[in-house]
Design a protein around this ligand. Structure first.
Ligand SMILES: Cc1cc2nc3c(=O)[nH]c(=O)nc-3n(C[C@H](O)[C@H](O)[C@H](O)COP(=O)(O)O)c2cc1C
Length: 397
């Protein structure tokens, strides 16, 4: 399945009569899961309004290289870094010539020069213009630089001539963009991941929490996104950076995480419970700071609801992967967790060894399911995440 889930696409719209099809191209790219930002050339702006493209793309339309606000943060470089592919559709003969010459005299050509992303060009013009030696030479130059040309179709043209030069249909253009990205068995899957530590209040200034950093969960999120999954990230206290391509939802307590998961789990294909959720919360959280009075303080803790177990009990449950952080009888405890919670996979984390596990960059885990008991040797959390997902995909997708 070709998909543009998690992909950022720049659509360059240049001065061709077929620029009226640009909003439809934006739609088709979005249908495949892409975020689209439009760059309108000077010629393009004569044929289609900024307003239509902004309304459809739901993003500001960029057209001015000399935009002082955008250039405060080097707008053209930002756009070049943001995009995963640049599509020019329609591509006018003039814009094609500009790019073939390697010019940087407008925003679109500057972004193209500043980007390593795939470049796709969909020419649209009168057949004589298209067949001209100059245009064909320019296309060959661009092909030699690995640009992909979406060859125009034949038919009746706006000028009345009949022949090659008509812009390819928007859906077909969008599909060709999607083909540039490798699809995996996770492509298009919906994954909900919890990560980080929950915080249970004792009073307004004190709390019970744990050492989880969220790094393992974030490594899984990044890997899922790279493989084309659409990810909901429900996170507690973390010391790592969020991925802006996931739908990020913060929570504080275990109860809040429970509610957020239950409100968002419907329709998810996979649930990965990587958060270190507090098993207990304080029974009578105080509204005012507790004062010391020389006596012992006894806190009564009540058990929290078990998120993973309750998701596993859902009628239409996703494939569930839980994490078990254990310090003793690790394998036995993890196997017990697998059985008692009714989940599909448990990733066992032996946190008695401080070289890996919580709050560090490396991990060593065991992938446990009914049929499998596979050790994933110590490595960066990024690599461990990829190995976990590779086994998971092989076993379940
Ligand atoms: C009515 C009209 C229609 C045009 N249609 C096309 C076209 O389909 N393809 C093309 O390459 N140029 C077409 N042109 C010429 C371009 O708009 C012109 O070369 C312009 O400078 C391109 O600007 P740009 O490269 O900044 O987009 C057309 C011009 C006019 C006036």
């Amino acid at each position: 399945m070709n998909s543009l889930t998690n992909k950022n696409i720049i659509l360059g719209v240049s001065g061709s009569i077929s620029a009226y099809k640009a909003p439809d191209i934006v739609r088709r790219l979005q249908d495949l899961g892409a975020q689209v930002k439009v760059i309108l050339t000077e010629g393009g702006a004569k044929f289609i309004t900024e307003l239509s493209l902004q309304s459809i793309s739901k993003n500001k339309v960029h057209y001015n290289l000399w935009d002082e606000d955008a250039e405060l943060s080097m707008g053209h470089i930002e756009l070049a870094k943001w995009t995963d592919a640049i599509l020019i559709a329609p591509a006018s003969a003039n814009t094609i010539a500009n790019i073939a010459l390697g010019k940087a005299n407008d925003l679109l050509s500057s972004v193209i020069l500043a980007s390593n992303a795939a470049l796709l060009i969909a020419p649209a013009m009168n057949l004589k213009m298209y067949q001209s030696h100059a245009l064909q030479d320019n296309l060959l130059t661009l092909i030699s630089r690995h640009a992909i040309i979406i060859k125009p179709e034949s038919g009746e043209q706006a000028c009345g001539d009949i022949g090659i030069g008509r812009l390819v249909e928007p859906l077909s253009i969008a599909k060709q963009v999607a083909k540039q990205f490798i699809s995996t068995k996770l492509t298009g899957k919906k994954v909900l991941i919890t990560l980080g530590a929950t915080i249970e209040a004792i009073d307004p200034v004190r709390f019970i929490s744990n050492h989880s950093s969220g790094k393992m969960g974030m490594a899984l999120i990044n890997a899922c996104i790279e493989m084309g999954a659409s990810v909901i990230c429900i996170y507690g206290n973390i010391t790592t950076t969020l991925n802006e391509k996931s739908n990020n939802m913060p929570i504080i307590s275990a109860q809040q995480m429970y509610t957020k998961v239950m409100n968002n789990i419907a329709g998810q294909d996979i649930f990965i419970a990587c958060a270190a959720v507090s098993d207990f919360s304080v029974k009578n959280t105080k509204n005012q700071k507790i004062k010391k009075d020389g006596k012992n303080l006894i806190l009564e803790l009540i058990p929290n609801k078990d998120i993973l177990a309750d998701v596993c009990k859902l009628g239409k449950k996703p494939i569930c992967m839980g994490f078990a952080a254990e310090t003793q009888n690790t394998l036995k405890n993890a196997q017990k967790k697998l059985k008692n919670k009714g989940c599909d996979v448990i990733i066992l984390n032996d946190v008695s060894n401080t070289d890996f596990g919580s709050n560090v960059d490396e991990n060593e885990v065991v992938f446990l399911s009914q049929n499998l008991n596979k050790k994933i040797a110590k490595n960066s959390k990024k690599k461990v995440a990829k190995k976990i997902l590779a086994i998971f995909i092989k076993e379940y997708l």
